[in-house]
Design a protein around this ligand. Structure first.
Ligand code: GDP
Length: 197
C-alpha cells in the first residue's frame, strides 16, 4: 500500500462521540512506551502525526487518523503505566474495552509488544481478553533494531509459547522497527488485503 494521505480527524474521550463507523478501522494498542506513536508515524511516513509520548499514560484519548481517505488508523491509549492511579486504570479499562467490544467497523486490533522483553503478563492477558471477545488481532513486535535478530526471535518464540497456552494457533505477527522501517510493507500489506476484502 502506498500511503498518499494521512490526516488527523479527531480525539475522543467518549465512545459515543466517535466518527461514524463507515470505514474499516485498525486499532493500535500496547503498553505505554512500547513505541506505538513511533510505529504509527513510521507506517504513514509522517513524523509528527501521532505524538511520541514524554509522559506515558497521561492522555486517555482515542485518536482517529484517516488514511488514503478510505480507512481509519486508530491510536488507543497505552496500558500498564505503573504510575497512574487504580481508578484511572479502571477508567481506561472501561473506556477501551467499550470501544473494542462495540466498534462494528473495527477490522483488527494491532497489539504492540516490545521485542526486547520476555513475555509480559499484561500483554498476554490483554490478548486473552481479545480472544474471549472473538476479536481479530495481530501482534506487532516493536524496536527490533535494539537487539540482535537472534534475541528478537527468542522473545517472539517465548511470546508464542505464552499465547499457545490459550490459543490454538499464533495469530499473524510482524517484527518491526520504527527506526529503520522494518516491517512497514508487511503491516501495510496486511491492512491492504483486509480492506480489499
Ligand atoms: P508510545 O508511548 O508507545 O507511543 O512510545 P513512543 O513511540 O513514544 O516511543 C517510546 C520511546 O521508544 C521513544 O524514546 C522512542 O524514540 C523509542 N522508540 C520507539 N520505537 C523505536 C524503535 O523502533 N527503535 C528504537 N531504537 N527506538 C524506538
Amino acid at each position: 500500500m502506498i500511503v498518499k494521505s494521512a490526516e488527523f480527524i479527531c480525539s475522543n474521550t467518549q465512545v459515543s462521540k466517535l466518527p461514524a463507523p463507515v470505514m474499516p478501522e485498525y486499532a493500535f494498542i500496547g503498553r505505554s512506551n512500547v513505541g506505538k506513536s513511533s510505529l504509527i508515524n513510521m507506517l504513514v511516513s509522517k513524523k509528527g502525526l501521532a505524538k511520541t509520548s514524554q509522559t506515558p499514560g497521561k492522555t486517555q484519548l482515542i485518536n482517529h487518523f484517516l488514511i488514503n481517505e478510505n480507512w481509519y488508523l486508530v491510536d488507543l491509549p497505552g496500558y500498564g503505566y505503573a504510575r497512574i492511579s487504580k481508578s484511572k486504570k479502571e477508567d481506561w479499562d472501561k473506556f477501551i474495552r467499550a470501544y473494542l467490544d462495540k466498534r462494528e467497523s473495527l477490522q483488527c486490533v494491532m497489539v504492540l509488544v516490545d521485542s526486547r522483553l520476555e513475555p509480559q503478563k499484561i500483554d498476554l492477558q490483554f490478548c486473552n481478553w481479545l480472544g474471549e471477545k472473538g476479536l481479530s488481532f495481530v501482534i506487532i513486535f516493536t524496536k527490533a533494531d535494539k537487539q540482535s535478530a537472534i534475541k528478537t526471535d527468542q522473545n517472539v518464540a517465548k511470546f508464542k509459547k505464552g499465547l499457545l497456552a490459550t490459543f490454538e494457533e499464533m495469530p499473524p505477527y510482524f517484527i518491526t522497527s520504527a527506526e529503520n522501517q522494518t516491517g512497514r510493507d508487511e503491516v501495510l500489506g496486511f491492512i491492504d488485503e483486509i480492506n480489499k476484502g
